[in-house]
Design a protein around this ligand. Structure first.
Ligand SMILES: [Zn+2]
Length: 141
């Protein structure tokens, strides 16, 4: 599914902006892509994500679920969950965390009730394609 974009106004579509030692001259307005979603494109993409990658409460995550998140380098990751263990604080229950461990070895420690995002499956992506096919902001399926 492709969503409507326009040239980035910050870098005038070049993907390059002021230089720094961390990211070189990569534009922060478009992450160096040179284009950004239009308002219609963003609305259609969010509608697609809501169906293809539905939010899930950490309390409902089970081993084997595939979750999607941005890593420290701001890149999207998809990993299966290999364990999910409550870390109960006996002094103050409000400090209880849920520790979600992934196949890659990394883990998250989050408060109960934290919303996460499921990764798309073939089935959920197909359902999302159907759901947004007629929306303004979709330029190609
Ligand atoms: Zn830009």
């Amino acid at each position: 599914m492709t969503f409507e974009t326009r040239p980035c106004a910050r870098c005038d579509g070049s993907g390059q902006y002021s230089w720094n030692s961390t990211d070189g001259s990569r534009c922060y307005g478009c992450s160096g892509r040179g284009r950004v979603l239009t308002a219609d494109g963003l609305a259609a993409k969010e509608a697609w994500n809501a169906v293809a990658r539905p939010p899930v409460n950490v309390d409902d995550v089970v081993v084997g679920d595939r979750l999607r998140w941005k890593d420290l380098a701001n890149k999207w990751c998809v990993q299966p969950v290999v364990s999910i263990v409550p870390d109960v604080c006996i002094v103050d229950a409000s400090h209880t965390r849920i520790v979600v461990k992934f196949e890659s070895g990394c883990s998250w420690s989050v408060p109960p009730g934290t919303m996460m995002q499921r990764a798309a499956s073939d089935e959920s992506a197909a359902a999302a394609d159907l759901a947004v096919a007629d929306m303004i902001g979709v330029v190609a399926s």
